[in-house]
Ligand binder design. Sequence first.
Ligand SMILES: C[S@@+](CC[C@H](N)C(=O)[O-])C[C@H]1O[C@@H](n2cnc3c(N)ncnc32)[C@H](O)[C@@H]1O
Length: 175
Amino acid sequence: MRDPTCCDEVLALLLKIARKSTHILEIGAAEGLTSIAMHLATGARITAIEADGARAECMRRNLKEFGIEGAVCLHEGDAGEILPMLEGVFDLIFLDGPKAQYKRYFPECKRLLKRGGYLVSDDILLYGWVRGEPPKKRRMLVEHIREYLTMIESDPDLETQIYEYGEGVAVSHRK
Ligand SMILES: C[S@@+](CC[C@H](N)C(=O)[O-])C[C@H]1O[C@@H](n2cnc3c(N)ncnc32)[C@H](O)[C@@H]1O
């Protein structure tokens, strides 16, 4: 297995938040390392979405290696298409898919987030560009993220805190 893509501080924060979770959703699961860590730490059922076929295949192998295929439901495909088909509610949603799509995924994340649950959005400061001056090529992406941050910070149903870990992580608590 290769090194986790989720930085240690973000993973530690996630595991702390996940402690009492029974149902967790990860959007953009890559090879499944964070899903596996969250399941092993909490025993929660995990629903994961990953668009890249090779990564999804690697995740299946990793789940098998840990003997936890039954506890993790992996949907291979585009989160934009899969999210509207999900039912039920989650205690924790880890949003770590394509950053330009966070705004688009937000209404579905809210629909799927339990009251008292947490939406954790990763990489929301992108090398400091979101609060500073982004390179020309990255302006559009940074604008998407700024708008997403405004969305979660101004949503009356959420209380959002930003942590400077890794590329920045937003933790939104659903009241
Ligand atoms: C930063 S990586 C995720 C890392 C993972 N969460 C972890 O902690 O190990 C982002 C992932 O999102 C996936 N992705 C990109 N576009 C996607 C989409 N439209 N739907 C679902 N997943 C997508 C990528 O293939 C990639 O594996």
